[in-house]
Write a protein that binds this ligand. Structure first.
Ligand code: GLN
Length: 495
């Protein structure tokens, strides 16, 4: 049965439909895989009983001819989505033991469509990071290993999601992306992942990091699987005032495999000094694949690209400092009360409950929002954000999508980049511009570097045009023919 874990979602859905196996069998195979791969530390909470219950109910629904989009598919849920009755922590000590009384809209949509939840997967604390080394629940390990056998980061912040899917524990996982947190871990783990247009998925019930940037999206093995998942996750929700009242297209219908008539823009500012040769090489290869699939290649300019990282690292911490003020020991999770007055309780709770990176961001955020610096930093950053959006709007007059690398490196070793936060932030150089502009972006698995590690390509699209992003992702993916799997799984398969 363990081969069931190597199917894509699309393959599993057709296997279930043809009665080749049941959701109970599929789910059992994944629960076994989850228990076998505990060394990766992908899960904070495993929910096998819930999964089996949902799988049984799914088989019954299917038998009565009532199958949803994700009917019977075992999934992992990022621990930033509130799940009713199941601990939700954002990988933070301050929320340890917090059990939501309600379900996020995105997970509600997925359960409505028959998804099975295997458990809650870890992330960088409050989704702040690119490496999953800031979680209170410990580092998450990438199932891919470099030639030298070192343990690598799975990327972040949706690192548990990516590690679980890459290790064939879950067929797909929810992620969230504020500045790259779906796309970069997908790239580091040889997977596909899409951040839809801001407003496409409801943020209701997702623990907020930076509310004007946060978006939910899927991480899965292929663009097709992402298309299936996104169709289920997306949709208008009156409970999120930034949710867009727009119909959700049938994304799978756009996956034709060809790119005839499409113009692919190559932004010259993404050719940055110091980008490793292998990243440049895979990008050039991606351009060749796009041409091969029938696309026209055009050179475009996004002149404000160099301001994107500093702008993001003002706006995101500013919003975070405000969002995180609610964790005060009164309403949620941890309370450290050692006598003293109310302010002492707040201070001790927050000092003990938050990790260093979260504290750093709260301090930066409070600083850029403070009376004396608000205009110089926060307002300025908002203005630059608008210029960055204008760059994209202008570029999309010349092209339908943009093609770039996803990240400036493949997965790095645990501990690397740790000494210097700026070095860590540089990871987001290719992903944050689209986050600031609110446009959709995805990463697809494109190839392996000399160390045998996956490299991703990023496709950015027009607002609300995820269909074309997925179409292009799918077409390039067909050309790339990426079918490598982590070495550790090959060893297990052979054993
Ligand atoms: N790595 C980025 C950060 O640290 C992005 C995180 C995210 O998208 N949640 O803020």
């Amino acid at each position: 049965m363990s081969d069931l874990t190597h199917l894509t979602i699309a393959q599993a859905l057709s296997g279930l439909k043809n009665k080749d196996f049941t959701s109970v069998e599929l789910t059992e195979a994944h629960i076994n895989a989850m228990q076998d791969a505990r060394d990766l530390n992908a899960f904070i909470v495993e929910t096998p009983e819930k999964a089996m219950e949902q799988a049984k109910a799914s088989d019954a629904r299917r038998a009565s001819g009532d199958a949803g989009l994700l009917e019977g598919i075992p999934m992992a849920i990022k621990d930033l989505f509130c799940t009713e009755g199941v601990q939700t922590t954002a990988s933070s000590k301050i929320l340890e033991g917090f059990i939501p009384q309600y379900e996020s809209t995105v997970t509600t949509n997925m359960f409505r469509d028959g998804a099975v939840m295997l458990g809650k997967v870890g992330l960088d604390e409050f989704a702040m990071g690119s490496s999953n080394t800031t979680s209170y629940f410990g580092n998450i390990i990438n199932p891919w290993k470099a030639n030298d056998g070192k343990d690598l980061v799975p990327g972040g912040s949706s690192g548990g999601s990516a590690a679980a899917v890459a290790a064939r524990i879950a067929m797909g996982a929810t992620g969230t992306d504020t500045g790259g947190s779906i796309r970069q871990p997908a790239a580091f783990c040889g997977l596909a992942g899409i951040k839809p247009t801001y407003g496409r998925c409801s943020r209701w019930g997702i623990i907020a990091f930076a509310s004007s940037l946060d978006q939910a999206g899927p991480i899965a093995r292929t663009s097709e699987d992402c298309a299936i998942m996104l169709e289920s996750m997306a949709g208008f929700d009156a409970k999120d005032s930034t949710s867009a009242d727009k119909p959700v297209p049938k994304f799978t219908e756009s996956l034709t495999g060809d790119m005839k008539g499409l113009r692919v823009g190559i932004p010259k500012e993404y050719r940055m000094d110091g980008t490793p040769d292998e990243i440049v090489k895979i990008w050039d290869q991606g351009i060749a694949w796009a041409k091969d699939a029938g696309a026209e290649i055009v050179d475009v300019s996004l002149p404000h690209t160099k301001y994107a990282l500093p702008t993001y690292y003002i706006i995101a911490p500013a919003e975070a400092s405000s969002n995180l003020s609610r964790y005060d020991g009164v309403r949620y999770g941890l309370r450290v009360d050692e006598g003293g007055n109310l302010n002492d309780m707040y201070a001790k709770t927050r000092a003990e409950g938050f990790g260093d990176e979260v504290k750093r961001r709260i301090m930066i955020g409070a600083y850029v929002l403070s009376a004396g610096y608000y205009d110089a930093y926060y307002i300025k950053a908002q203005k630059v954000r608008r210029l960055i959006l204008n760059d994209f709007i202008k570029a999309y007059e010349q092209c339908d999508v943009l093609l770039t690398p996803t990240a400036p490196s493949s997965a790095f070793a645990i501990g690397e980049n740790e000494d210097d936060p700026i070095k860590m932030y540089l990871n987001d150089v290719f992903t944050v511009p689209a986050s600031l502009a609110g446009v959709p972006g995805m990463s697809i698995p494109a190839g392996l570097d000399a160390k045998g590690l996956p490299l991703g390509l990023q496709i950015l699209g027009r607002p609300w045009d995820e269909a074309t992003v997925l179409k292009v992702g799918h077409a390039i993916e067909q050309k790339a023919g990426f079918n490598a799997i982590p070495q550790s799984l090959l060893n297990k398969k052979a054993a």
